[in-house]
Design a protein around this ligand. Structure first.
Ligand code: PGA
Ligand code: ZN
Length: 425
């Protein structure tokens, strides 16, 4: 049973305060931390912070810590950690608001994850196996890693509007091979960029990916293509994009120069221009998936583009609107960021909804991460088929990929790699 819960403030990979929880049972201590990221919307659950500008620029989480140490702790002490649904319900019931604004979704998630880890230990099974039991999955599938190789948008200081250019080694036969392909391509890309832009081009963005000062989508895609060619794995690698277009939507147009101080206006694109551009990019490069190609509330064009059937279209910033998005066939894949739900149970429900509708599910990290590798086990246990956890570089990104290597080793002969079935494994 749960005997003690203690929370503390730690820091994420961007140096911003976040929450860590130690949950104790008779089996030991189980630790979890929550990530954070800038892509949020009005429909989001609340990531609670103190807001005292004099302390950590308003980002302190002492109130969240207090909520865990007092309210949540009191409600959960004595509970069986294997009963995830009941635990999550007990946490959610403590908050009378719709958006988890009283306790904070960050408070809830930290405890929910720690309890999940304790539940696995109680059952003496691996974490991914416990997650599979909770989500009713019998298949354990290693996801294809989508490695971000070039970043822009809000994740890097370059002029590039698009947030992420990724490679997806779907032609690998094991996760380990996918890692080899990903890391080799990353290092080749560093070489390509060094030759063209010098050492300053090799600085990295928030998620460890390279951030040369380029401004057009195709310039970035060409660099990655050249790196892929140098590896000799071109037949095994597809590409994916996270446009994060909400960042540069200015009412009626998309401003591809949004980070430039002196803009002429010639890079203001209409949604129709964007559709044409994506269609052309998918012809020129092996792109299999595009995330957030339009503003998060521009469902009309997202749907129009999805209906063209050119590639998978991933909805980020969906949260509670997932049911509506499925009903209206707005896109055809869910970007799963657990901290946008608040509890594991709610994340499992969202995945169920998505897979029942034959949507893809992309397990996702956040831009501000911690060394907690929980989403690796979650991706395997929930059979998402694909995970994006940033570049194969920087500790907080690599922590997830390294955990997947361990899981593959542990499963041995039983390990199945999603590979070409990445969309619907
Ligand atoms: P974030 O989003 O920057 O809000 O973490 C990352 C993503 O969209 O993949
Ligand atoms: Zn995104």
């Amino acid at each position: 049973e749960i005997t003690k819960i203690r929370a503390r403030q730690i820091f994420d990979s961007r140096g911003i305060p976040t929450v860590e929880v130690d949950l104790h049972t008779n089996k030991g201590m189980f630790r979890a931390a929550v990530p954070s990221g800038p892509s949020t919307g009005v429909h989001d659950v609340v990531e609670l912070r103190d807001g005292d500008k004099g302390k950590y620029l308003g980002k302190c989480v002492s109130g969240v810590i207090k909520n865990i140490n007092e309210k949540i702790s009191e409600a959960l002490i004595g509970m069986d950690p294997t009963l995830q649904t009941q635990i999550d319900q007990a946490i959610v019931d403590l908050d009378k608001t719709e958006n988890k604004g009283e306790l904070g979704a960050n408070a809830m998630l930290a405890v929910s994850i720690a309890a999940c880890k304790a539940g696995a230990a109680e059952k003496e099974v691996s974490l991914y196996k416990h997650v599979a039991d909770l989500s009713g999955q019998t298949n354990l599938v290693l996801p294809v890693p989508a490695f971000t190789l070039i970043s822009g948008g809000k994740h890097a200081g370059s002029n590039l509007a698009i947030q992420e250019i990724m490679i997806v080694p779907i032609g690998a036969t094991t996760f380990e091979e996918a890692m080899q392909i990903g890391t080799e391509t990353y290092h080749h890309l560093k070489g390509v960029i060094f030759e063209k832009y010098g050492p300053a081009g090799c600085n990295v963005g928030d998620d460890g990916s390279l951030a040369p000062n380029i401004s057009s989508f195709s310039e970035g895609l060409d660099l990655v293509k050249e790196a892929i060619d140098r590896t000799g794995y071109s037949g095994k690698i597809k590409m994916a994009l996270d446009v994060a277009a909400t960042n540069f939507y200015i009412g009626t147009k998309y401003d591809l120069d949004f980070k430039s101080p002196n803009k002429s206006g010639q890079n203001f694109k209409s949604a129709e221009d964007m559709i044409d551009m994506y269609t052309q990019l998918c012809r020129d490069y092996p792109i299999v998936s595009i995330e957030e190609p339009f503003d998060k509330d521009d469902w009309e064009h997202t749907k129009l583009f999805t209906n063209l059937g050119i590639c998978q279209v991933v909805g980020d910033v969906l949260f509670k609107r997932i049911e509506k998005a499925i009903d209206e066939s707005t896109c055809n894949a869910l970007l799963l960021k657990v901290n946008q739900f608040g509890t594991i149970t709610e994340a499992i429900e969202a995945v169920k909804m998505a897979t029942d509708a034959h949507w893809g599910v992309v397990m996702s990290h956040r831009c501000g991460e911690t060394e907690d590798s929980f989403i690796a086990d979650l991706a395997v246990g929930m059979t998402t088929g694909i995970i994006k956890a940033g570049a194969p570089c920087r500790g907080e990104r690599i922590a997830k990929y390294n955990q997947l290597l361990r899981i593959e080793e542990e499963l041995g002969d039983r390990a199945v790699f999603a590979g070409k079935n990445w969309r619907l494994p």
